[in-house]
Design a protein around this ligand. Structure first.
Ligand SMILES: Cc1ncc(COP(=O)(O)O)c(C=O)c1O
Length: 388
């Protein structure tokens, strides 16, 4: 039978039909351990009973009205997110790219409010911010942009984790208005910057009156051990974007603003038909309830540490292991050579993993996994790496 799906993904030959916790079942009844969570989406695992109940109850009550009317659960979710992050306002869309589009539009409005017409947003090499035209332009990876020109103007890229590079660019460009950055680069291989990198960026943004936009789409919602990764630096951004794990699989993205970034998007200046509808907000509210009650961010810290130690022990003396990087349950094991075939090899062992940046095994298991499940992931992955 002809497949009518546009081939934008080289999908693996497996079809999942059911999930529970960290486990997935395919259409042949095989059971797989999920160490990827749909790429940092199902942070509470699959078919979480409380999230499922919230979705089902909301679906049976009211799925969608429109942002033309007030939405109780959207207001509650905005309040909750602002409480958790210290931000002031929220805009809801349906994906990470949409949250970042809102952030970019806020930066442009900020520029215009200062009389800067040809503004520049600084983003990083090897970053990933999405697939829409503006967010792929912000993204620091040429492959993502290939064949999509003409691209929007107003972005400059510098190396990640390189404050002198930003200082040098600031010397040349008087029209910078914002710096957009991931606290940890996920898609390019779990790149963790210097401990004070975000603090230094905050200082530079304050000194120059630029907005600090933190893309916490992959790092947020407890993944790295705190609700936002930037909270480990006590850094308050002007704009924070969230998506992925916020709805545990129900599409929702959020763009949060603070201080001078607040109030720039006004009536009719931005919107999204589905953004923040009752169904998505009910899912997100239940995710935040479970996350808080079960202290899953703390669990991510403890379990991530445990997994890193297990990898360090198992891979000791393995000369083709270049680096093991970890913050909470965001784990990257960089190898000396490309290793994408490890994904299929793990699949044969009934384990879902990912390779990012070509040579880094990336693990993003649900924050709800048990010690036994974590040990099983570490054991299988270590064995595959040793044999590679
Ligand atoms: C840091 C980061 N920003 C933005 C995105 C884009 O999110 P979405 O695919 O939901 O548009 C991703 C997705 O991988 C991401 O990791």
């Amino acid at each position: 039978m002809k497949n009518h799906i546009m081939p934008t993904y080289a999908s693996l030959p497996v079809r999942f039909v059911k999930g529970e916790g960290a486990w997935l079942w395919d259409d042949k009844g095989n059971k797989y351990l999920d160490a990827l969570s749909g790429v940092a989406v199902c942070g509470l695992g699959h078919a979480h009973p409380e999230v499922a109940a919230a979705i089902s109850e909301q679906a049976n009550t009211l799925i969608h009205t429109s942002n033309l009317y007030c939405i109780d659960k959207q207001e509650k979710l905005a309040t909750k997110l602002c409480e958790l992050t210290g931000m002031n306002d929220a805009f809801f869309g349906n994906s990470g790219a949409e949250a970042n589009e809102a952030a970019i539009k806020i930066a442009r409005r900020f520029a215009h409010s200062k009389g800067v017409e040809d503004s520049i947003i600084v983003t990083m090499n090897n970053s990933f911010h999405g697939r829409t035209l503006a967010t792929l332009t912000a993204t620091g990876n040429l492959k993502v942009k290939e064949g999509f020109g003409p691209l929007p103007d107003g972005f400059r890229h510098i190396p990640y984790n390189d404050i002198p590079a930003l200082e040098a660019l600031a010397q040349q460009q008087a029209n910078i208005v914002a710096v957009m950055v991931e606290p940890i680069q996920g898609e390019s291989g779990i790149n963790i910057p210097a401990a004070d990198y975000l603090n230094q960026l905050r200082d530079m943004c304050d000194k120059n009156d630029w907005l600090l936009i933190l893309d916490e789409i992959q790092t947020g919602i407890g993944r790295t051990g705190t609700f936002l990764a930037s909270q480990q630096n006590n850094v308050q951004a002007d704009v924070v974007t969230l998506a992925k794990a916020l709805g545990n699989g129900v599409p929702i993205g959020a763009c949060l603003t603070h201080g001078k970034a607040t109030g720039l998007l006004t009536a009719s200046s931005h919107g999204s038909t589905f953004g923040g509808n009752p169904l998505a907000c009910a899912a997100a509210l239940s995710v935040l309830d479970v996350l808080e009650r079960e202290q899953l961010a703390g669990r991510a810290t403890q379990l991530g540490e445990q997994m890193r130690l297990a990898f360090q022990q198992a891979l000791k003396g393995c000369s083709h292991v270049v680096d093991i990087r970890q913050k909470g349950l965001m784990i990257g094991i960089e190898l000396a050579t490309p290793c994408t075939e490890l994904v299929s090899e793990a699949l044969e062992q009934k384990l879902l993993i990912n390779v990012a940046g070509g040579n880094t095994v990336r693990l993003l298991p649900p924050l709800t996994i048990s010690d036994d499940e974590a040990n099983r992931i570490s054991a299988i992955v270590s064995k595959l790496i040793i044999a590679h």
